[in-house]
Design a protein around this ligand. Structure first.
Ligand SMILES: *Cc1c(COP(=O)(O)O)cnc(C)c1O
Length: 225
């Protein structure tokens, strides 16, 4: 599919059909996959047609950019779910807890502890995913696959956090399938239901390998400015 930059609604319909076909192919047609529309660097003008088409789940990778854009967009659409999919610094944790509904990038003890404190303070319970550095790349955030079980236990036992699932970004130039399969395996052995994996280039295969949400920017909105 080549995205039509000015028609996010049509792109969303095509992606949704693609996912359903991929699930059918894999014999998993009873599953549903949430599309997180990734709006980083996209203007409100670009985002509005997706909202008009009924899209309600959105992803941003920077707290400050999301703070600038989303409060106004959200006002007429109180059922929007906003997901943080980029790295979170401790000094932004309070803002993140205030703004987001889901944080997909819990990746170290300090941020786990800070989020636990902030959620308590604000009486807000966010859905939390742990980011796994699935290809063990130096430049990527996330816990190493072999440290994931211990980190999940720490989040649960030390900080009293409920972790709902895992998120990953596989290495850019490799076949993503083995990485998606590994993430699914780590989630299964830890009893975690949510798997955020798959982007514009690989959401079909991610859906087939068990993604419960895919994070898609370019294929919906066109190239980022
Ligand atoms: C930007 C981004 C995406 C979306 O990437 P596309 O290739 O444009 O679909 C997904 N996940 C994360 C973490 C991102 O930062």
């Amino acid at each position: 599919m080549s995205p039509h930059p000015t028609d996010p609604a049509a792109n969303l319909r095509a992606i949704s059909e693609d996912i359903n076909n991929a699930l059918k192919e894999a014999g998993r047609e009873s599953r549903t996959v949430t599309i997180t529309a990734v709006t980083k660097k996209q203007s409100a003008e670009r985002i509005l047609p997706a909202l008009a088409a009924g899209q309600r789940v959105f992803g941003e990778n920077r707290v400050q950019e999301a703070q600038e854009k989303w409060p106004a967009l959200r006002e007429p659409f109180p059922d929007i779910e906003l997901r943080l999919i980029g790295p979170l610094q401790s000094n932004k944790a309070a803002d993140a807890v205030r703004l987001f509904d889901v944080i997909e990038t819990v990746d170290r003890p300090k941020i786990a502890r800070t989020l636990a404190q902030e959620m308590e303070k604000q009486s807000r319970r966010l859905k939390l995913l742990v980011q796994v550095n699935i290809g063990e790349e130096d430049q990527k955030a996330g816990v190493a696959p072999r440290e994931a079980d211990a980190f999940l236990t720490l989040c649960r036992e030390q900080y009293g956090l409920t972790i709902d699932g895992l998120m990953c970004i596989p290495p850019a130039d490799d076949d993503p399938a083995p990485y998606f399969a590994l993430l699914a395996k780590i989630a299964a052995r830890n009893g975690l239901a949510e798997l955020s994996m798959g982007m514009s280039a690989d959401y079909r295969i991610a859906a087939q390998l068990g993604a419960t949400s895919v994070r898609i920017g370019t294929a919906i909105f066109g190239a980022r400015p």
